[in-house]
Write a protein that binds this ligand. Sequence first.
Ligand code: MN
Length: 410
Amino acid sequence: MRRLEIAAKSDRGRMRPRNEDAYYTGEGVFAVADGMGGHLAGDVASATALLPVRSLDGRVFADAATAQAALLDAILAANAAVVRKAANEPGLHGMGTTLTATIVEGRRLHVGHVGDSRAYLFRDGQLSQLTRDHTLVAHLIEEGQITAEEAAVHPQRSIITRAIGVDVDLEVDTLTIDLVPGDQVLLCSDGLTGPVSDAAIAETLSSDAGSEMAVDRLVEQANEAGGPDNITVVLLRFHDEDGSESAIAPTIIRTGPDGGEDASEWVSTLGRYGAGRADGRDDEPAENSRAQRVIVAAIVALALLAGAALGGRWLLSRSFWVGADEGTVTIFRGIPASLGPLALYWEAETTDVELADVAQWYRPQLEDGIAAADLADARRIVENAPRASDTPSPSPTTTTSPTPSPSPTA
Ligand code: MN
């Protein structure tokens, strides 16, 4: 009787304002994605990339080759989806994500990988990195230009040379291993492997504690080391209650390209990509609201796939409110609130009214958001907003702001 024990955790870390990592754990499909691109685009990229991968869950594969092909197709579909979104939404230009995805098919583990998230195998007390980082420093190590120790503190260590969503052409590394009872497979983002050494990870995995505790401990280790980045860990433990299998040699069958990368490829990718990853992009406000809109769409898509939370979509798509965006009075859809890192609203219509044109006493409530029944009502609110040029005496009764209400309109 084989059994798969699964534990996963994602944490914002201590330095980043938001968590742009995403992960998926299902019956037989597991994945980690580390999004990047500035503002909200990273969240969109990682969430988008997981959709085709999770659609593999529950499928039964005839053999290893079929499973491997399906995984590769899903990763290519993820790439196409992120490329398309990045091209169509100005606020999302330059977004991308890593993707390390696995399928468990019988006793085999199939891995598909792009970027610098990692898959590790912990077997017989030994931690082996199954995936090769697609990073500048990994390339420099392979070239013999720097050592692993130098790479660990290299200022450009987070620059990746391959990512989902950058180009329609994508090289995906794939590999397959035969699992044996007692194996642990760890998928993680660089928020773990940057600050926490392989030795420290191995020590945690070797403890007798349950997988939930191991996952908590790994996240804790990254945070204790400063938590410089979002931390995501997915841990799989394979048990075989029969225990009859003799240990199989840890053969790794690589089906992806395994040579050094074409320098021109990573240099061009770097040029388009490196800066955004390091410090985020400075998008225009209008682009932000589009990004938020896409995020809402991504949440809705996830909710639909999960077969839940239809009520939320209804609420979001039916509500209007008037607020201010970078000094301009703006009509928003959605609700003036955030769900964790995600804004639950997006721009519906901009206006030619500047916040400075509005009477000063009225500005705070505009900035808080004024609920509207519908778009026409929102336009009326804008039209009737007291102007700074009007009589400047504020009447106390009119300064009472209606509380922005997230209630849907009938
Ligand atoms: Mn990261």
